[in-house]
Write a protein that binds this ligand. Structure first.
Ligand code: PMP
Length: 405
């Protein structure tokens, strides 16, 4: 069955917007996805019908809010195939989820320990580990990529040792679109006794994420990359690891017993969730996943493949365009440079034509430096994009080329 993209688009109010009289062509989905009406309704419904704080009320509204909020945890747990619901920790997004783990690891690392990351990291999955290592006197090692933008698996294996405490890598690169073989690499890392964290910011919206199948210890993601609101996300962690992971945020909700001089921590998941959470965001995230689950996953993947294939075909035929990232297993992202043009200028000209892309370093400065480029222009696709929109991108790029040549 193929995806009914026209019907799908109807569910996203923003997609009918015009910019300077031109239809919006939204190709910045790796930055954030648009929201279907079902998600917008879930936010309005929460504030309209049951706004109350969770876990502490002696009244019906609080009970109802708590029930919905905890049901959302079940929804996420099921979506990623967590073993138990307590393994899902709410965060404000991927960045906070990784900080939670890195802060804890920083307290466990000793001099001589090593953390392994890759050359394709987003700053969220680099600066976190870099700082944790710096504070502990541990060593950060970096797995190189090849000319296609794929991880060098032999180098990955060679860099692993019994000193490796944790491996952190992206499921999908936001800058290159590379889909990493995370299951195989996780198995290699586990064989030397390392913990494994997957940065799932770009992976969550594209595939069937199954954390048990991957075999990792942590999987971090943001709701806004998968049709949910901003400001909410989750850290999945293996219960046996999270149960005594050093806490980082302390305060209300996460304690068991408090005296003026000391405190003890509650059980999972609360011990890692201090303070009043983003309740509306959590409900919005569950609504987004429920909505996403109504789609035929095979049709979704087929459509995304078709969009990227068309983009690549046209990019390869485009004189003066250099594709950045040509992995065999790639999804959702076309990063590129136009000869003689700064990416920011390309983005500006496209924007005048209603086409929204990202330009810049893609929050991956070390990767851009390695590639010897100031940044890229990046078109990134989601399920509601059409092949006509890919054509519109290239028509606009032809104009940009003429104007900038
Ligand atoms: N990692 C990757 C690969 C990303 O693409 C992003 C978002 N651009 C992040 C981490 C950080 O996500 P957030 O800003 O939602 O915390």
């Amino acid at each position: 069955m193929s995806l009914d993209v026209a019907a799908l688009r109807q569910q996203f109010p923003i997609l009918s917007r015009k910019l300077d009289g031109k239809p919006l062509v939204y190709l910045d989905n790796a930055a954030t996805t648009q929201k279907p009406q079902a998600v917008i309704d879930a936010l309005v419904d929460y504030y309209t019908t049951c706004n109350a704080n969770v876990h502490r009320g002696a009244h019906q509204l609080a009970d109802e809010a708590t029930r919905r909020y905890e049901q959302a945890r079940d929804t996420v747990a099921k979506f990623i195939n967590a073993n138990v619901r307590e393994e899902v920790i709410w965060t404000s997004g991927t960045t906070e989820a990784i900080n939670l783990v890195a802060n804890g690891l920083g307290q466990l690392l000793n001099a001589g320990d090593e953390v392994l990351v890759t050359e394709m990291e987003h700053h969220a999955n680099l600066v976190t580990w870099q700082q944790a290592c710096k504070h502990a006197g541990a060593t950060l090692k970096v797995v190189p990529i090849n000319a296609r933008g794929e991880l060098d698996e032999a180098a990955f294996a060679a860099l692993l040792s019994t000193n490796t405490r944790l491996v952190a890598m992206p499921h999908v690169s936001n800058a290159l679109g590379t889909v990493n073989p995370i299951k195989a690499l996780t198995a290699k890392a586990k064989a030397v006794g390392a913990l494994v964290l997957i940065d799932g910011a770009q992976g969550i919206a594209h595939g069937d994420v199954d954390v048990q199948d991957i075999g990792c210890d942590f999987y971090a993601f943001s709701g806004h990359k998968v049709f949910a609101p901003t400001g909410v996300g989750a850290l999945w962690g293996r219960a046996s690891v999270l149960a005594d992971w050093p806490v980082w945020l302390v305060g209300g909700e996460m304690i068991q017993d408090v005296t003026y001089q000391d405190a003890t921590w509650g059980a999972l998941p609360n011990r890692l969730e201090a303070g009043t959470p983003n309740i509306a965001g959590v409900l919005g995230l569950a609504a987004a996943l429920d909505w996403f689950n109504t789609l035929d996953k095979a049709a979704v993947q087929q459509h995304e493949k078709a969009l990227l294939a068309s983009a690549h075909e046209q990019a390869e035929a485009f004189d003066g365009l250099r594709i950045i990232g040509n992995a065999t297993n790639k999804i959702g992202v076309l990063s590129f440079m136009l000869d003689g043009a700064h990416p920011a200028d390309v983005g500006f000209i496209l924007d005048r034509q209603g086409i929204a892309i990202r330009t810049g370093d893609n929050c991956a400065q070390p990767l851009m430096k390695k590639l010897g480029i100031p940044g890229t222009a990046r078109a990134s696709f989601s399920i509601y994009n059409t092949l006509d929109e890919v054509d519109a991108l290239f028509a606009a790029l032809r104009k940009a080329k003429m104007m900038l040549a």
